[in-house]
Write a protein that binds this ligand. Structure first.
Ligand code: FPP
Length: 262
């Protein structure tokens, strides 16, 4: 066989294996999506484009969240984790920080009954103790009220930071006097805010950014990422379906090699 033939036959083989890969992806049964985490970015840009104050963007962001919880429940997603306020967001202008605190509190007041009726289980992920006392109480009450709901989980990451979460876990591990030889990945997971929750299968980030931004650092070790240019307030059912469709095209390998198809 000449060098050229060799090259062509190799190309043929590559093509075959590409076809096999495409077929296997098409034939794969749907991969279950239990947990979707969302970095809800672009509220500010959405508002600025409309000559509105940034807080109007965050309010529109709450409306988008209501829509997405409903769609995700219809799609039988077990839980959502949404990044509503990071430990770094304290560095924003005072008026915006106060506005976000108030918005969270008002949203709990206005939406809690409906969320409870709709079978949504609320959880809070983050440092609750640093939030204003009335907000802490509202959050705790909403978590307690909805704890037996099973339709969908909504984990609100508010005053959440992935690094802060690890710091809190390490502090507690040391406070509990754990023997260093007993520290395992399972043990660390059991000290995180997400203890007992499945890791996210899919992390969605809106508004075109390609950053992790300190979100669920430990838990998203093997999550699939999906980025869209849609600004969060514009995100809806179609966008969620597009993210789910993209997820279905992925081959999750968890650091291993793919399963051979022949
Ligand atoms: C990022 O967009 C968004 C936030 C920091 C806040 C997200 C908050 C909400 C969606 C509403 C609050 C949620 C609850 C549960 C009450 P950005 O402001 O950084 O947007 P930009 O990058 O366009 O400026």
């Amino acid at each position: 066989m000449t060098k050229m033939q060799n090259l062509f036959s190799l190309k043929g083989k590559e093509k075959d294996s590409q076809t096999r890969l495409e077929q296997s992806v098409q034939q794969q049964p749907e991969q279950a999506v239990r947990h979707i985490a969302i970095i809800m970015d672009g509220n500010g840009r959405w508002a600025t484009k409309r000559h509105l104050p940034r807080l109007a963007g965050h309010k529109a962001g709450v409306s988008a969240l209501r829509r997405v919880v409903e769609c995700a429940a219809d799609e039988h997603i077990e839980m959502l984790s949404v990044y509503a306020f990071s430990t770094e967001n304290w560095g924003r202008p005072r008026s915006e920080v106060d506005g976000l605190m108030r918005l969270f509190w008002e949203t709990i007041r206005s939406d809690l009954e409906k969320l409870h009726r709709d079978g949504v289980r609320l959880r809070h992920l983050g440092r609750l103790y640093d939030l204003p006392p009335d907000l802490q109480k509202a959050v705790q009450d909403s978590v307690d009220l909805t704890k037996d709901n099973t339709r969908i989980g909504l984990n609100v990451c508010f005053n959440y930071g992935g690094r802060a979460e690890l710091v809190d876990a390490v502090r507690q591990i040391i406070a509990d006097g754990r023997d260093p030889n007993t520290i395992t990945e399972e043990l660390i997971s059991s000290y995180l805010y997400t203890r007992d929750l499945p890791d996210p299968d899919l992390v969605i980030r809106t508004a075109g950014e390609m950053r992790v931004s300190n979100f669920l650092l430990w838990q998203s070790a093997y999550s699939e990422y999906y980025a869209t240019s849609t600004l969060w307030p514009d995100f809806g059912h179609e966008d969620l379906l597009a993210a789910l469709e993209s997820f279905q095209q992925r081959q999750r390998r968890f650091g291993r090699v793919s399963v051979p198809t022949t």
